[in-house]
Structures are given as C-alpha cells and as structure tokens.
Design a protein around this ligand. Structure first.
Ligand code: ZN
Ligand code: ZN
Length: 281
C-alpha cells in the first residue's frame, strides 16, 4: 500500500445528485487523513472509505461556498461525539466566523451533550482555526510529513488551490476555478491533479438560443472549468494524471472523458465517489 494517495469522497456540486456526494476528498499521508472540503455527506463517505472521523484531525477548505461546507456541522459534532479530541481547520478568511456560526446554531444541542451526557468540550470548543493570507504560500500544518502550499485561483469568492508534496510525489487540488496561470504553476509536473470540470456543454445546453441559459453559461465560464479547459490545464502543467470532479447531475461521463482527453496526453479519470487515486510509478 502506498503511503501517499487520495480518496475521493464526494465528486458532486451544489445540485443534489443521487450518485455523487458534495465536494470532499481525503489526502492520505502515512495513514494520516487530511480532509479537503466537507460537502454534504462527507462524514458518511468517510465511514464508507473505512476512515474513522475521529482520525481526521486536519481539514482544509478551498473556499466557503455552501456545497463545500454543507457537511461540516455533521463532521464537527459527529466526530466530536465519537471521541475526537483535536481538530485544526484551515481555509480562507471568514472560516472562523463560519465555524463560530455553526457552534452558535447548535449551542443548545452542544450544551445538552456537555452538561447532560457529560461529553468533554475538548475537540469542539478548542478547534484550532487557521485563516490563510490571500496571497498564497505555505500551509502551516507542521505535524504532517508533507509540504502543503496554496495559491489563489479564480472563482466568485476567495478560493485556493492546494499542492501536497511528499518527497518527489505530488497531489494538487484545484478548488473551484476558471482557468488561471497560478493553478498551472501550482500543478507543475504533479503526479495527480484533482480538477474542477463542472461546466459541461451538453448539461448546460450552451448551444441554445435561450438568452437566460447563455447568460448563466457566460457567468459560469468565469468561475469553473469545462472538461476541455481541465485537459488544457493538465497539459500545460505537465501533470501525469488529471481527475475530473465537481460534476453535475446528468453529466455524460463519456463526453467529459473524451473532451478532456482530446486536450491532454496523460491519464484522464472521471472522478467517482469512493474512488481511490494512487500515484503510478
Ligand atoms: Zn463548488
Ligand atoms: Zn464554489
């Protein structure tokens, strides 16, 4: 078994999808899981991946859009009630306020569990919160035997892409983004790139003459990638393997695969929930 690989937990998007949970993935580093994003269903998908939520002591958020945080309250309270004593969360500015809102929203529930059930507050009220500077740089998670760097990408709120580097092996997660040079640089020669490929022509019917559809397509092209753009980014960055994710309901997987493959010489994987992605030697 490799000591550095990735598990996809949720490969979906904001739209409810019976086949895909909300965006979330785990980077495994010497059996230590680092969760990146926490979409709807994350805690259940951890269990389905044979990862005990207690063991997840580090969570990184690419950004704070609803689809990437819907599962956080369950992960936070559920993992704590199972016995997790330590948690660090990392993400853009606004993370602390978001975390505190969750605690506030469930204050009565938490009070009940602490005072009546006798669960220690440890691991819930002492969460270590790291808000990253906008400019990019290093992620200060020094307990892990991996270097994590990040860069701002292009979305409609502050969003970061992350690179995990362990020795000569690397895994990059794009975050939600339109094509941008900072991502290509971040992903340079990476083994694996987990890439937003949300906007698929046939799903959005972008050949339509309906002005409202065209207007929405136009907005989304400034915030997400098409499978073609995902392929182009992978090609330019020179990665070995691109994994397409953030997929909408009714996405034609063959279309997504073909479109990305036409623009990328490496390995293309259309992401599926619970897929394990290992680094090819
Ligand atoms: Zn998203
Ligand atoms: Zn987003």
């Amino acid at each position: 078994m490799q000591s550095f690989y990735l598990k996809l937990l949720g490969t979906g998007s904001p739209k409810p999808n019976k086949e895909r949970s909300g965006p979330a993935q785990v980077v495994m580093i010497d059996n230590t899981p680092v969760l990146v994003d926490c979409g709807e269903g994350t805690t259940r998908q951890l269990l389905n991946s044979n990862i005990n939520p207690i063991e997840v002591e580090n969570v990184i958020f690419t950004h704070l859009h609803s689809d990437h945080v819907f599962g956080y309250s369950h992960f936070l309270l559920g993992g704590w009630s199972l016995g997790r004593k330590k948690l660090t969360i990392v993400g853009p500015k606004g993370l602390k306020a978001f975390h505190e809102k969750v605690l506030d929203m469930f204050k009565d529930d938490i009070d009940y569990r602490v005072s009546t059930l006798g669960i220690s507050e440890e691991g819930l009220l002492d969460v270590n919160i790291i808000e990253l500077p906008s400019v990019g740089g290093e992620v200060p998670l020094s307990d892990l035997d991996v270097d994590i760097t990040y860069t701002p990408v292009i979305h409609n709120v502050e969003t970061f892409g992350f690179r995990f580097q362990k020795g000569n092996q690397s895994i990059v997660i794009s975050g939600d983004t339109a094509p941008v040079n900072s991502l290509i640089e971040l992903a340079k020669d990476a083994d694996i790139l987990i890439q937003d490929a949300a906007i698929v022509s046939s799903v959005f019917n972008n050949k339509s003459s309906d002005p409202n559809i065209l207007r929405i397509w136009d907005i989304l092209t400034k915030e997400h990638c098409t499978p073609q753009q995902a392929g182009e980014i992978a090609q330019e960055a020179g990665v070995k393997c691109v994994v397409l994710t953030h997929l909408l309901p009714n996405t034609d997987e063959e279309e997504v695969y073909q479109e990305a493959s036409e623009h990328f010489n490496g390995k293309v994987i259309v992401g599926q929930d619970l897929m394990e992605i290992t680094i090819d030697n």
